[in-house]
Ligand binder design. Sequence first.
Ligand code: AMP
Length: 300
Amino acid sequence: MSDILVVGSVAYDSIATPLGEVDRTLGGSANYFSLVASLFSPVKVVGVVGEDYEDRDLELLRTRSVDLEGLKRVVGKTFHWQGRYEADMNEAITLKTELNVFKDFNPTLPKTYSNSKYVFLANIDPELQIKVLDQVSEPRLVGADTMNFWIDSKRPQLLELLKRIDVLLINEAEARQLTGQWNIVQSVKTLTEWGPKAVVVKRGEYGFVLFSEGRHFILPAFPVAEVKDPTGAGDSFAGGFFGYLSRVDKGLSWPDLKQACMNGCLLASFTVEDFGLSALRGLKWPAIEGRRAQYEEVIR
Ligand code: AMP
């Protein structure tokens, strides 16, 4: 087992889906990722919050023994994202992205973070992802995620980042946007040519496509009867995926990559059953193992 360092957004989200809405609920890619990945391995967070960030929201990560030395509190307001989903819950429509304290964030890693072996650059400004990666001395495995907002606004920096990572996790629409290729087989191939050894394209309820060294692996998602809010599904997938790889700690073998994807799908299936982080708050291994058995039945 190896520790995981994650940098990503720590946010308040306002979300509307066909099944309801919530205002300023706890969210952000680093929060979803950490809650899930900490079920597998110890996690260290790099990020920033404002004066409005509630102590009880920090406590949530502390209850999972997440190391918060790299999470700074500064003057200003916490990152706020507002989005909604229509009947097709596979795509979020962003209404507002208020970067707030993330706009001027210049991360300096605590000493204990710089020798991290597993580094996950969750969805946030690619310039920040690069700054964090620059401060880690010899990472064994580097993964990254991104989204349309950064593909639009920081494409050159994102392409630079791709050269330095081992695994890219990205959703289907974003893979198409980044490569300009509609066909997903061609799109993942292009992405691996730009740097990463493995690419995982997340396809919402349709699961994912994994591509590495000329091989593909495809699985459907666990069938959830009522998807209340898909926010954070991608980050939870990443938490299960990276959590599994860090726990096994054997690099990027094809069987481990496949197992990592399966764990990603499994964990994401809990997140979408409730709004925000609610379904992850009390999630424990017996419930995960119970669902794993059902999922294995589905994909056998
Ligand atoms: P996903 O797993 O893709 O559904 O990620 C959802 C999370 O991404 C939400 O909790 C948002 O706070 C966060 N988010 C939305 N837009 C951005 C952005 N431009 N940069 C970083 N995080 C974001």
